[in-house]
Design a protein around this ligand. Structure first.
Ligand code: ADP
Ligand code: MG
Length: 565
């Protein structure tokens, strides 16, 4: 874990070491003040040496200015190192997210993933620079003041250090409790985020069912769990800090009484006694810092652990040296495919289906029969174990995912539009497309005129996820994407099911245009749209029930003809 963490320092090595150097010099400067105080009390005052006092004064002014500069450097550049590391982690985890299989997104709530990338990494960033800075400052000040204290008086120093093990024991005992409590709050933060994300996305549904109260209850209950978790984490923290502070007060007390006694019996001068007290105080500061550090370390590392959990998720697999699909004709052979979503019941059982290049095969059947599943196996949105799918005779498992997906255009029932302009939403199919190509695609999808009629044309903002468009308009934009992508294989998965009859009929024309000279797999809800398919396959829970052309199946009088009626 630590090793993985340290990796992220690599690009900022120089800056980081400068930061540590600043921390070192800063703490060394801190050690000077008590020493000068001692000399003033021991020498300057008895000898009435005003010149020396002036020199000490000037020295301190210089040191304080130097300290301010160092402090400024640490505050600014230290944080910069943290922020940059956090930025790197974010973009790394985002790249990784893009490679995760669909099953990850099926199984993980968006809000939780977001919380890991935003909140958790914030804590990691804090740890990244404060951690080593604090360790360094504390180390230098602890060791420095220890030796100076020894130099002042050995027996006094040993008394102080005798109670240190007790303090360390207490700190370690509390550490585990803190770790657990903080992990818990991390998890709960993710839950609150997920609930919130879900509720905001579904606000319109909530309104339409007047479900505000129920949603509020749901939110409050996860908010409460979060509150309770945080409260108990703060309880653990309070135990820890109050315990540690008590120890330190005792330490100061011992120093004061023992030192006072030593001065009383004349074993040390008053100057030494004052310096001694100042050093003991100074030496408490780094201990406090170390305690802060353990807390920061806990929360930073739990954050990093959660980050690593995403990073360690398996990505979509590719074979070594995958084949690049080129000049695809579009023959699709589905051979004996069986498929199960993560240990649930078998969705597809030994399915066989051939689609010749340029032909249209329609899949129909009851909902839940596995039509969508089959459609998602071809572009390998899910991994199948048994059977094979070949495109032009090459197994989809042997080709690169990129070239595979470039050759397949999928139109689904629920269109996802990104927040942005219409142009943004079409051009995502081919980022280097010219305006002319975009307009051409929109014309083919028969949405160009509508877009032109908008005040800002292609640059019109369509609201979050396209809320400002009708279902038919959204579907046409998604069809323009496919025209622009221009793949040889098209999969239409109930592309028009969500639309009314009139809109469906209108869109049908653009879909027919899209299917020309391509291989098509069409899942249709309304049978009227697939009459002309070269083959119709009826898929039910128990596999393919029947297949043939429309006329063949009607005359056969089986499932299809019943569905048709
Ligand atoms: P169809 O498109 O024919 O209506 P699907 O392929 O969507 O059927 O679903 C087939 C079965 O697989 C259903 O029982 C459904 O519950 C299940 N299923 C679909 N998608 C997933 C998924 N992402 N994870 C787990 N199970 C799923
Ligand atoms: Mg479906």
């Amino acid at each position: 874990m630590i090793k993985d963490f340290i990796k992220y320092y690599a690009p900022y090595k120089k800056l980081f070491f400068l930061d540590l150097l600043a921390a070192f010099l800063f703490s060394a400067c801190n050690l000077v003040y008590p020493m000068i105080t001692r000399d003033i009390m021991n020498d300057v005052v008895p000898n009435k040496d005003l010149r020396m006092l002036m020199i000490f004064g000037i020295t301190l002014v210089v040191i304080f200015i130097f300290k301010a500069i160092l402090n400024h450097f640490m505050q600014y550049w230290g944080h910069v190192v943290g922020v940059r590391m956090q930025g790197d982690m974010r973009s790394y985890v985002f790249t990784h997210l893009q490679k995760l299989p669909n099953s990850y997104f099926d199984n993980n709530k968006t809000g939780v993933t977001m919380s890991r990338i935003i909140n958790d990494l914030m804590e990691v960033s804090e740890l990244a620079h404060h951690g080593p800075e604090d360790l360094f400052i504390s180390g230098v000040m602890l060791i420095g003041s220890f030796f100076i204290l020894l130099n002042i008086n050995v027996s006094l120093t040993l008394i102080i250090f005798a109670i240190l093990p007790l303090l360390i024991w207490f700190a370690i005992a509390q550490r585990k409790r803190m770790n657990k409590a903080f992990m818990e709050t991390r998890v709960k933060t993710g839950d609150v985020n997920a609930t919130l994300e879900n509720s905001i996305a579904g606000m319109k549904v909530t309104k339409s069912f007047c479900n505000e109260y129920e949603e509020l209850k749901k939110f409050n209950s996860s908010n409460n769990v979060f509150k309770v978790a945080r409260e108990s984490a703060y309880k653990v923290m309070a135990d820890y800090f109050s315990g540690m502070n008590l120890f330190m007060d005792i330490l100061e007390l011992i120093a004061l009484i023992a030192g006072g006694y030593f001065a009383y019996i004349g074993k040390i001068t008053l100057g030494d006694f004052t310096a001694y007290l100042l050093y003991v105080k100074m030496f408490i500061e780094p201990i406090k810092k170390l305690i802060n550090f353990t807390e920061q370390y806990q929360s930073g590392m739990t954050g990093f652990e959660r980050f690593m959990e995403i990073v360690n998720e398996d990505t979509e697999k590719e074979v070594e040296n995958p084949i690049e699909l080129k000049d695809v004709k579009g023959n699709i052979n589905i051979e004996n495919i069986s498929f199960t979503y993560e240990d649930k019941k078998e969705v597809l059982k030994g399915l066989n289906l051939n689609i010749e290049a340029g032909k249209t095969v329609a899949l129909v059947g009851p909902s839940g029969g596995g039509k969508t599943t089959l459609c998602s196996l071809i572009p390998r949105f899910y991994e199948f174990e048994q059977g094979d799918i070949k495109i032009d005779g090459i197994s989809v498992k042997d080709v690169s995912l990129k070239s595979l997906r470039k050759n397949i255009g999928v139109v689904q029932q629920d269109v996802f539009l990104f927040t942005g302009t219409i142009k943004d939403n079409i051009i995502c199919a081919k980022p280097d497309a010219s305006d002319k190509e975009i307009i051409e695609a929109a014309k083919k999808a028969r949405i160009h005129e509508f877009i032109e009629s908008l005040p800002e044309g292609y640059d019109t903002y369509i609201g979050e996820r396209g809320v400002k468009l009708s279902g038919g308009q959204k579907q046409r934009i998604s069809i323009s994407r496919i025209f622009l992508k221009n793949p040889p294989i098209i999969i239409l998965d109930e592309a028009t099911s969500a639309l009314d009859n009139v809109t469906e009929r209108e869109i049908q024309a653009s879909l027919e245009e899209l299917s020309k000279d391509r291989t098509n797999l069409v899942v249709a809800h309304r049978l009227s749209t697939i009459r002309n398919a070269d083959e119709i396959v009826v898929l039910t829970d128990s596999g393919i029930a029947e297949r043939g052309t429309h006329d063949e199946l009607i005359s056969k009088g089986g499932v299809y003809s019943k569905l048709h009626k």
